[in-house]
Each structure stands twice: as C-alpha cells, then as structure tokens.
Design a protein around this ligand. Sequence first.
Ligand code: C2E
Ligand code: CA
Ligand code: CA
Length: 704
Amino acid sequence: MGKQTTPEAPKEDVWRHAIERAKLGLWDWDLRTDHCYYSASWFEMLGYAEGELAQTSDLWLNLTHPDDRERAIRSGEGHLSGAVSNIETELRLRHKCGSWIWVLDRGGVIEWDSEGRPVRAVGVQTDITRQKEIEGELAQANEQNRLALEASGLGSWHFDVDTQLSFWDTRTREIFGLEPDAGVVPRGTWQNFLHPEDKQRAEREHNLPLTTHLPSKVSYRITRRDGTVRHVETLCIFLQVSGTSGRLVGTTRDTTDEVEEQRKLALAASQDSLTGLLNRSAFGVELSKKISCAGSEPFALYYIDLDYFKALNDSQGHAAGDAALKQIAASFREAFPKALLARLGGDEFAVALALSDAEPSRAAGTMLGAVRQVTQLGVGAYHPLGASIGVAVIASEKIEPADALARADDASYAAKSGGRNRWMLERDISQGSGLTAGRLVANLAIAMDEGRVQLFGQEIRSLDQPEVPTGRVEVLARLVSPAGKLISPAEFIPAAERFGMAAVLDRHIIRLALKQIGNRPGGSLEITLGINLSAHTLSDPLLWEFVELSAGESGASLRHLVFEITETAALTNVEAAERFVRKAREKGCRVSLDDFGAGMSSFSYLRRFPVDSIKIDGSFIENIATSQFDREVVRSICGIGKSLGLVVVAERIEHLETLPILADLGVSLGQGFAMHRPEPLDQLLGRISPYPPGGPGCDRNRKY
Ligand code: C2E
Ligand code: CA
Ligand code: CA
C-alpha cells in the first residue's frame, strides 16, 4: 500500500479564477476597515468594467431594488449577530443598462477577532434572473391552469405511486360531496364512492395509464354519502417524476347535468310526444333487443289499429282524439307495466309482451277493453272506438323487427276485415288466400291489369215476390288468382284500403260495371247496379269526372248506378259523404247506406245524407227469427226509413222463413242466399234481362 498524501489546498488566487470562470460575483468585506472588494465577475454580471464604480461596502446595497433592501439587510444582520449560520437571500440588483437582475446572495463570516467579533465576511452573488423568469412563467402558468380549472368546474387530483396517497383539490372534494378543503384523502376513498355497476370498469380504466403510460378517460357513477348518485368523468395521465415511481395526475368533472340532458334528449327523440310511449323508430330498436332473446323468452307482438278513430276526430275534434289516444296509452301502461309500448303513429299502437307475463288472448282482451273504456268515459260518445288487434308470437331470434311487425300488422288487418273490434292471432289468418296484405295488393294490381278482377252480382228482390227478379243487383268483386281460385273481397278490400289502392279498385269496378250495362242496351228489364264504394273514394275529388268519362266510353247512363256507401265510411268523413250524396243526386245516381246499424251510432245524421235507401247490416238479419232485440232494431230502422221516405233493404237473408218476419217489420226489399247466390254478373244480367225478340241490334236507339 502506498503512503496516503493529502492534496494541497489551492492558493487563494486559484479559487478566484474558479469563481470568475463560474461567473459568480464575489464580494469580500473587511468589517474593521469597512472596505469591500468586488470581483471583476461581479462587475461584469452588472454590466460594468472592473473598478468602474467605487468599491464601497454599501455599493451592492445602493444597487439593490428598494423592495429587496430591507430583506437583504436583515439577512446580513441576522448572520452577523449569530442568529443564522449563513447569509442567504434573493435580491434584485440594477444592471448598468437600468434593468434588474436577480441574484442569489450567499456568504458568511470567515474571520473573528480574539473577542469573537466578526472581522471578515465573504460571499458570492449568483445571477438567477433566468431561473426567476422561469419560476415566474411557471407561477403564471399555474395560475392560468387554476383559473381554467375553476372556470370549467374541473377538479384536479393526483395519486402518488410510492406513498399510495391521493391528493384532491377543493373542487374534486366538492364533486364527491366532501368538505371543500384540499388535501390528502384517506386510502380507498375514491373506490368507496364508485357505483357498484361501474366499479370494475372505472378502476380498470383509471389504472390503465400506470401500465400503458397512455392517457385514459372514464365516465362512471358515484354514490355520495347522502345517497345521491352523480355522473363523473375522469381524465388521467401518468407523470414520470424523477427519483420516484411517478404519479397519476388527473381531472374530475361532474357530468350529471349533461348526462341528464342527454337522457332527456334521447328520450324526446325516442318518445311519442303525445302519449309518452316509444315512437316507431325507438320501438324498432327495443324490439330487436327483445327478438335477440326471443329463443329463451318468447313474446307476443300486438299490433293495435283503432277502429272509427277518424270518425271520433272528425266529429268531436282533434282535442278529443288526442285525449282518447292519451287515455289508451295510459291504460296500456297501467295494464302492462312490463311491456314494451309504442305508438307507431296515427291511431296505431304496438305492444311487445313476454308470453310468461300474459297469455295473448287475455292480453288482447284487456287491450280491447281499454279501448272501449275510452268511449264509456265520454271521450268518444258519438261513436264507440274499437280496435283491430293482430298478434304475432315471436319465439325465434331469426326474424327482423320489421318482419315481426309486418306479421302482427297483417294479423291486425285480418282482424279488421274480420269485422273489427276483435283480435286475431297471426297463424289464424292464412286460411283464406294464404297471402299477406302486401302480397294481396301486389297481386291485385296485376290482376286488374290482366282482367282477373271479376264482377259477380247478387239480386235484390222484393220480399213479397222473392222469386221474381227486380232488376236490382249488387255488384260484388272477386279476385281470380292466377291458379283460378276466387279470392273474397272480404280479404282483399281491407288490404287495398290499407295500401291506398281502394279508390283505384273502385274506379276499375265502376268502369267494368258501366261497360256491362253499355254492352246490354235494350234488355227486357230495367237494371240498376249497386256499386260498393270504399271510404277513400268518397273523398276522391276527380271521381265524377271519371264516372262521366267511363259512362261516355261505354254508352251507359248513370241512372243505372246505385252507390253503396257504408255507414262507417260516411261517418268517418261526414262532409265528404254529404258532398258525394249531393253530387250523385245531381248526376242521376242513387245512394244507399250500407251495413246500416253496424256502427251503432245515433241515426240523427241521416237527415244530413238524403240517401235513397238504407241496407240493414246482415248481422241484424241472420238471427231475426230468434232475437227479439234484432227485431226491435230492424223495426226502429224501418220506422226511421219510412218517416224519411227511404227504401229499406235487408241483406244476408239465408232462410226463406225470415221473409214474412222482415216484411212485417217494414222491410220491403232483401237479398241473401235464400233468394239468390252471387253469380258472375254477365251471366246474371243475361238471365234476368234477356234481349227482347229481335236482339239488341233492333233496339239500339232506346233511351234509358
Ligand atoms: P257487403 O256490401 O255487405 O256485401 C254483401 C256481402 O254479403 C257479400 O260478400 C255477399 O256475397 C254476402 N252475402 C250475400 N248474401 C249472403 C247470405 O245470405 N249470407 C251470407 N253469410 N253472406 C251473404 P262479399 O261479396 O264477400 O263482399 C264482402 C264485402 O266486400 C261487401 O260487403 C262489401 O263491403 C265489400 N265489397 C264487395 N265488392 C266490392 C267492391 O266492388 N268494391 C268495394 N269497395 N267493396 C266491395
Ligand atoms: Ca254492399
Ligand atoms: Ca252490407
């Protein structure tokens, strides 16, 4: 081992060099002579040449900023008196150019006399202007951040990985409902606030930056100590802090109001504003969710189409209509709290209800009852509301919501054509043609084109002489399927009405009927053809133009036509019906009110429609022999008819025995299988009104 030598301390001027190089301003004060030496670097620091200023002991103090003098003097005195071990102070000195530079003054006594009085002190002043500037900038940035945080309502916090302590600012504490002082919060505070449903996700997202070092943002709910639930959004980043394991730094925002606002907006967008039920598009979304679990939880889909709603709206005003819709919605909601309820628009509702919650027949019955109830409560006293309900059972995930709804909708139309105010299960409908409404209508359009819409006719006879043709015939449409099967109008007329094709169909039939008459000038019996009209046709403004054109084309006179309009169609649009009847009269046609009595409404409106005849609805005739009630209804209808000078016709007479009963009650004309079954119209006309001897050619000039 070599001999250890202590290195020699450098000479004093070596220190000086080092200090000059380091640009430290050195001062050296002799307290006995009060002489002070300032190094060349000190002068240089202030922009002076060495010796440019007199080196007095108070030179530095004279250059010190007035605001800093007091503090600087105190620091020196405190040290000289022995109270503090060092002089250490920050002060500003005036630079030669007039600006202020910040220096850190550090020093102390290095020599004392024999009595312990300080005789020499030395120190250095370091230029810290740049550092001060940075500190100032930082302070300003901090202040700006603080202001921004305050203005945005953001809370800020950090979590120290090493100590596992969290620091929350005032706002963060406020958001969590804590006393608003800033500081460290006990461990687990945040976790304890987390809503159980959001806890896992919030913790996971929150800690993500610790491992990924990427920022993360998470929204979650907290339950405050008073039990209120708030929505919170946290943004956090990982911050590396040298010498530590780093910290999570973040902001917290209370988003409760926003979330609530969004919820309201979403609700408004998904709701039917009148009834508060789901609207069509929102129902579609919810329905598809329900369908996705239909395998394990089958449900029934109800399509509810109100009957006679338009009549209520027209007769009682829209306010009454709205009130009825609202009330129906309210009763549905009450009756089926677990169901998905929607108003699809207009007077159509939809309900999706788990089979385990209600049997379709009972649920549909409840719905029908709820709709009827509305009238009983006086909202629609003029005409009882009803509903045609279609039910589709959905037990598979493999169906599109639109198709599910279409199936229920088809069933609802089947219910409507089956006589309204009833419900029908989807699987019950395909007994007729087996075609859905949509396909029927598509077929119908082609059928009209291809001449597959055929006219049948049923004779209307006098009850006194049921075997004798009168020349009065009701025209009944038949759709011939491509395979030659006859499809009943009871099936395709409602479909045509629904798809807006009814008026087209009526025109088609009017033209065909007029052609039949035009083809048969000079038959032996004067013929009138009863043409059934749909509600749409009643308000068709161009109808009469069309009728006259068709009559012109076929050479037939309009006095052969009797238009049958149903009581419900007339009441659905009273003004249009009135206008229609007036116009028909003008043109020499007659008008009959069909299905009379079925609507069960007051007969007072009859005065507004000067029709020629009323046809009592078949439902009153079927059981006339056994039902006292039906007989009374028929008797009163006949009484009214007589007093208004109208011909009263009975339809659906199936038994000859009922003829005398009906005649007794005052009915003069009738139709039904008992007297005549509908047959192809041309065949019927050929039979009852053959050409007189000589043939049609002999009688071409006959006027009707
Ligand atoms: P509606 O006007 O009440 O016609 C009478 C219906 O009763 C006809 O049914 C007829 O065949 C049937 N019928 C006749 N006698 C009897 C009977 O003794 N017993 C029974 N049970 N039924 C009888 P259809 O032809 O099926 O017509 C049904 C409905 O379709 C008609 O009822 C009418 O509202 C409508 N309709 C028929 N043809 C047309 C048409 O060309 N245009 C329009 N818009 N509707 C039509
Ligand atoms: Ca009819
Ligand atoms: Ca009828």
